[in-house]
Design a protein around this ligand. Structure first.
Ligand SMILES: *Cc1c(COP(=O)(O)O)cnc(C)c1O
Length: 809
């Protein structure tokens, strides 16, 4: 195939011709969407030769591969990153200029692939980018949800959820591979036959669902000659080509089947929703394992060495069914005996734990699991039986210990225990998180399998979160320290030599102003709130969750407002501050939705008070997603990372902010600890209870929020204002928030950390007034953020868990 991107004229010609060929109209009459789609098509075609070569290189070089199984991939847009990684942006831009087309406008037409809820899904997306950019053979395996994460509207201050129809106009990056479809069995029964004195089990399914793969190319950064294009394979559910089940009507069957890949995280508060979720998990796991097994057999004709050539990575517990599914294939389909099958399985699987929140640890009721996946249940039971024999040896007189550590207990299948027992590696996602896992939450497992546990601190792709989203900063860095940091972010350290350079400081100041202006323009256009780029941009964007404590931030703003209105001296010393929030709340999460309403009520009050609105502004941006984050991260002065210590496994938003020169105001939680380790107290604003203190309170009690309500007048006043009509005429609107932090014990220590937070905020506000100092701090944060590239994270996964070799072709 000829390369249409060799120069701008060749591209221009090809582009116009192709628009006319695809749509049968004159180029001049084409719509922006048609142009976008045609550009995407040409880029995808350009990618395809390297895509084919990558797969050939893997097979011919007999390379070991990783399959990264994740229920979520929060990819965002791909056009910009693909043309950046391919190094063809300037050619396209030049051609578009000639045609009087704004490339930026075309890029904005792409819908975000929002196949994830937040940090976990975004991590998977950053990992895909880094695996390909390091030329490592690795593929993503996930679900092609027809509706991604809902679109958020704010109406009268309340969140309203609208379905995300991201596929409505077609998705230019995917390639449907119907010939690689597989049939996934559900329900039915197990037949046992004696063959040569051995029991042979056959699953007679009651229904099949067809899994059809859609492949999305993952383009690595081509700098330094890399041509790797990996595959993100997303499975869609369709009716089987086998016999339809006879116990349900064709219409019901069809509807049930389509449902499996319809929504990301269907409501699982009902039994029906739960079955669907487990169906999704087995569906994409079974399809992905078949993919890996088939590929392996094509190359090696045996599964004896499957574990030497493949790693099946379990991203959180959702794909933990990989373990019994691979066992099933090895035993039932390939004739291995149990011990051989277990050896191969246990040496193929690796598991990442993402949370210690008890309510997030997945458990499936046996009476739901067993009928849906009868053979998988049987195998899980046998894994559990053998493992419990081990446990009994280890804890001979402690049956309660054995019950507590078992995979199946209290009529539930514990997915985390299944993943731990079935994997050769178990990792946490930041040092503190891993320490809490090994010393507290999973300490018995750690003592049993100390060599399996390890830490891999999360990272973010600097290509999207710096080079793409902050061109101004990229330009400054390129000029000051060269471009080596594009491929090795530790080179950013060189920027620290410039912290006393007056001109560079000035450039950084201009960069920040420009990014703040760009964000405030969008906010003004969409929401009518005008933010002054000279004010401090204090930003908290992340999922809305009690443990992330958006409420602490909101209560501080109420306190600030009260104080600014009454304390003249304070007012005179205060630098104007703009508080920006972005967050989606799960549709059934009552408390989280109340907090959204609270923030909007505060915004309404504060922004309309002419007495203070030159000093204090609040805005809740609508529909925070990856594309919005690309505008928000570079615009921050202060990065709010204020979760209750011990609750945030790592966080990655904190890293995106740091890389773009924001200072962290945060607790010693997740990767904040590692940020603080790098920049110290002088270049961050750390406050609040430590993880140990929090755990101590949980274990021993000793905290009563009412004491603070009565002793701290600021807290007393703010809490009263929640329920006395100060914010809204309806005094019941925020009653449950009031109750949560008082009557219900303030589980997340909002009141306990309030005073420390106020003081940290005061330090930040006063420090900002010394611009020289602030800019120096900002530059130090940028210079020391190299560790947080996901290239570093992936290199560690590869060196210490996966053991992959880079492709060279
Ligand atoms: C990075 C990112 C997250 C994760 O943010 P945390 O602050 O680490 O929770 C969530 N959503 C989007 C859109 C992101 O880009």
């Amino acid at each position: 195939m000829t390369n249409v991107f060799v120069d701008k004229n060749v591209f221009k010609e090809a582009f116009q011709t192709r628009v006319e060929q695809i749509y049968g109209i004159k180029f001049e009459e084409s719509t922006p969407h048609q142009r976008y789609f045609t550009l995407g098509t040409l880029v995808r075609e350009y990618i395809s030769s390297n895509w084919i070569e990558t797969n050939q290189a893997i097979v011919e070089g007999k390379h070991k591969q990783v399959y990264y199984f994740s229920m979520e991939f929060l990819m965002g847009r791909l056009l910009t990153n693909n043309i950046m990684n391919l190094g063809i942006r300037s050619t396209i831009e030049a051609a578009m200029n000639d045609l009087n087309i704004d490339l930026n406008e075309l890029e904005k037409i792409e819908a975000d692939a929002g196949l994830g809820n937040g940090g976990l899904g975004r991590l998977a997306a950053c990992f895909m980018d880094s695996i390909a950019s390091l030329a490592l053979p690795g593929h993503g395996n996930g679900m092609r949800y027809r509706y991604g994460f809902f679109e958020q509207k704010i109406i009268d201050g309340y969140q309203v959820e609208v379905p995300d129809k991201w596929l409505q106009r077609g998705y230019v990056w995917e390639v449907r591979k119907s010939n690689e479809s597989v049939e996934i069995p559900f329900y039915g029964e197990i037949k046992v036959d004696k063959v040569d004195g051995r029991d042979v089990y056959t699953h007679l399914p009651a229904e099949y669902v067809r899994a059809v793969p859609y492949d999305v190319p993952v383009v690595g950064d081509i700098t330094s000659g890399n041509k790797t294009v990996n595959t993100l394979r997303l499975w869609s559910s369709e009716p089987t080509e086998k016999d339809y089940p006879d116990h349900i009507s064709a219409v019901d069957y069809e509807k049930g089947v389509r449902n499996i890949s319809e929504f990301l995280y269907p409501d699982d508060s009902t039994r029906e929703g739960k079955v669907l979720r487990l169906k999704q998990q087995y569906f994409f796991v079974a399809a992905g394992v078949r993919w890996a097994v088939r590929q392996h057999k094509e190359t090696y004709q045996t599964l004896d060495n499957f574990h030497e050539k493949n790693v099946l990575h379990i991203n959180d517990t959702h794909p933990a069914l990989i373990v019994p599914e691979l066992m099933r294939i090895l035993i039932d389909e390939e004739g291995y005996d149990w011990d051989q099958a277990w050896f191969i399985t246990q040496h193929s699987c690796a598991y990442t734990n993402h949370t210690i929140l008890a309510e997030a640890l997945e458990k499936w009721p046996v009476d739901l699991f067993k009928p849906l996946l009868p053979r998988i249940y049987m195998i899980t039971e046998e894994i559990n039986r053998r493992y419990c024999l081990d446990l009994l040896n280890r804890y001979p007189n402690q049956p309660e210990k054995v019950a507590q550590l078992a995979i199946i207990g209290h009529d539930q299948v514990r997915m985390a225990h299944l993943a731990i027992v079935g994997s050769f590696s178990i990792n946490g996602v930041a040092q503190l998180h891993t320490d809490i896992l090994t010393h507290i939450e999973m300490k018995d497992f750690y003592h049993m399998y100390p060599d399996r546990f390890n830490n891999k601190t999360n990272g973010i792709t600097h290509r999207r979160w710096l080079l793409h989203c902050n061109p101004e900063l990229t330009k400054i860095l390129d000029e000051q320290i060269g471009t080596q940091y594009h491929t090795n972010t530790f080179e950013l350290a060189k920027f620290e030599e410039k912290i006393n350079d007056k001109n560079v400081k000035d450039e950084i100041k201009k960069m920040k102003y420009a990014r703040k202006k760009a964000l405030s323009d969008r906010i003004y256009k969409e929401q009518g709130v005008l933010l002054d780029p000279n004010s401090i941009f204090d930003i908290q964007v992340k999922r809305l969750h009690a443990y992330k404590r958006q409420l602490l931030n909101a209560m501080h703003i109420m306190y600030l407002y009260n104080r600014l209105k009454e304390d003249e001296v304070f007012r005179a010393n205060f630098h104007p501050q703009s508080f920006i929030f972005g967050a989606k709340a799960a549709s059934g999460y009552y408390f989280a939705k109340k907090v959204i309403k609270l923030i909007n009520s505060i915004a309404e009050k504060v922004n309309n008070d002419s007495d203070t609105n030159q000093l204090l502004k609040v805005v809740f941006v609508e529909n925070y997603n990856v594309t919005y984050a690309e505008l928000i991260m570079p615009a921050a002065d202060l990065s709010e990372q204020i979760s209750t210590a011990s609750k945030e496994a790592s966080g990655t938003g904190n890293m995106k902010f740091m890389l773009n020169g924001a200072m962290t105001i945060g607790t010693m939680d997740g990767a904040n600890v590692e940020i603080h380790e790098l920049v110290g107290d002088d270049n961050s604003f750390i406050f609040g209870l430590s993880a140990d203190e929090v755990n101590d309170y949980y274990q021993n009690g000793g905290y009563n929020p009412w004491d603070l309500y009565h002793s701290d007048a600021r807290i007393h006043r703010v809490l009263d204002q929640l329920v006395n009509g100060f914010l809204t005429p309806d005094t019941e609107e925020f009653r449950d928030i009031f109750n949560a932090v008082t009557h219900h014990g303030d589980e997340y220590f909002v009141l306990k950390d309030f005073d420390a937070y106020v003081r940290a905020q005061e330090r930040a506000n006063q420090t900002y007034k010394n611009q020289d100092k602030w800019l120096e701090m900002s530059m130090i944060n940028i210079a020391r953020s190299g560790k947080f590239s996901s290239d570093r994270t992936i290199q560690e996964y590869s060196d210490q868990i996966w053991h992959l070799d880079p492709l060279t072709f």
